[in-house]
Write a protein that binds this ligand. Structure first.
Ligand code: SAH
Length: 350
């Protein structure tokens, strides 16, 4: 049994500077000690002893009443093709999540996880096979960035919440994380450099719109009719496409931001001319960007990637036929199982 994770202890890396100040005060220490704790955490402290300038008495108190719940790199794989790095992060209770560091011309992007496992059940996704284990704390999301930075020496300028888990199914913790990561005294990553991806939880999309954060919302579409979507995404049984698109419209209305739609092309399942027309009709007249991704086959299902020609034909049909901006996602790290869920499944025998 690890001692570093107890629920009852104060989770230091999930707190804002002002909250750390109040915490220091509640322990009978001056408020400025809270700022020192914050600075120490973002310099990489893994234990209270690593925080500079703290008096021995406070270090002892922190050791018994608080926890630094981080994430540590357990395994790292580097793509020989493009330098993409894939991580298996170990959490303080021994569970694992995955992340990917991608190098783009505009800077480094970390794809990080928000839950251990997932309960959304998408048929093509490796992260959801064994259901949801637990949601991550804000500290554990911050911890993935700190661990990635420390292990690689690379800066992380952009984030995508597209690793394991459904971010909007861990709403409070994800929102706190977004505000922490945005804090200028900490990682200072701008909201415009962050994308959050959801399979389409309608009430939470509305809630997110009301926060007016300025991040990019990605919606996993993968099929443009309810019938087909229900076959591969159980969430479609809960919210129809009509309800989902209405929420997307309200989001655009409230934030003025264009939504990015994700569409994983699966040979013979959702990649025909008819499918492209359905996507075109759904997205035309909307502020939309379509991201096409050849599906990454996972071991448990025999979904196959659409061929190059089918992908190009699909992209052309939507772009030219309906005037929608389409990107075919460049595949990074294809030699290192870079799509999430597979490393953990292997590690934990799921
Ligand atoms: N739960 C969120 C975010 C995590 S998944 C969501 O559903 O959006 C990030 C993206 O990867 C989603 O668009 C998801 O549908 C997609 N994805 C999952 N498994 C995939 C696979 N095997 N191949 C291609 N894309 C996949």
């Amino acid at each position: 049994m690890e001692t570093g994770c107890e629920q009852a202890k104060t989770d230091l890396l999930s707190l804002f500077p002002e909250e750390l100040e109040s915490f220091a005060a509640s322990l009978g220490h001056p408020r400025y000690r809270g700022r020192q704790i914050w600075d120490g955490l973002y310099r990489g402290a893994k234990s209270p002893e690593n925080i500079r300038n703290l008096p021995a008495g406070l270090i002892e108190t922190l050791k018994s009443s608080a926890v630094i719940r981080r994430a540590e790199v357990e395994e790292m794989y580097v793509s020989k093709l493009d330098g993409t790095r894939k991580f298996l992060f170990r959490l303080c209770d021994g569970k694992a999540v995955e992340g990917v560091l991608m190098k783009y011309r505009h800077g480094n992007t970390l794809c990080l996880s928000t839950q251990v496992g997932c309960r959304m059940g998408c048929a093509f996704c490796a992260s959801t096979k064994a259901g949801l284990d637990r949601s991550l704390f804000p500290s554990e999301m911050i911890g993935q960035i700190l661990a990635c930075r420390e292990t690689t020496g690379e800066d992380v300028g952009h984030l995508v919440l597209m690793g394991m888990g459904e971010p909007l199914d861990n709403y409070e913790n994800v929102l706190r994380f977004l505000r922490l990561v945005n804090h200028e005294r900490g990682l200072n990553i701008g909201m415009r450099h962050i994308s959050l991806s959801t399979c389409g939880l309608v009430p939470q999309i509305d809630r997110l719109a009301s926060e007016k954060l300025g991040l990019t919302l990605s919606v996993s579409l993968h099929a443009a009719t309810d019938e087909k979507r229900k076959e591969i995404m159980p969430v479609a049984r809960r919210y129809s496409l009509e309800e989902l698109m209405a929420a997307c419209d309200r989001y655009t209305e409230a934030t003025g931001r264009r939504i990015s739609y994700e569409y994983a092309l699966i040979a013979g399942v959702n990649d025909t001319a008819e499918d492209a027309a359905a996507v075109g009709n759904l997205l035309k007249r909307r502020l939309a960007h379509l991201n096409l991704i050849p599906v990454n086959p996972i071991r448990e299902r025999d979904f196959r990637q659409s061929g190059r020609e089918a992908v190009d034909a699909f992209a052309d049909a939507v772009r030219k036929g309906y005037g929608i901006e389409v990107t075919v996602r460049r595949k990074l790290g294809s030699d290192i199982d870079a799509s999430c869920g597979q490393l953990r499944a292997r590690r934990d025998g799921l």
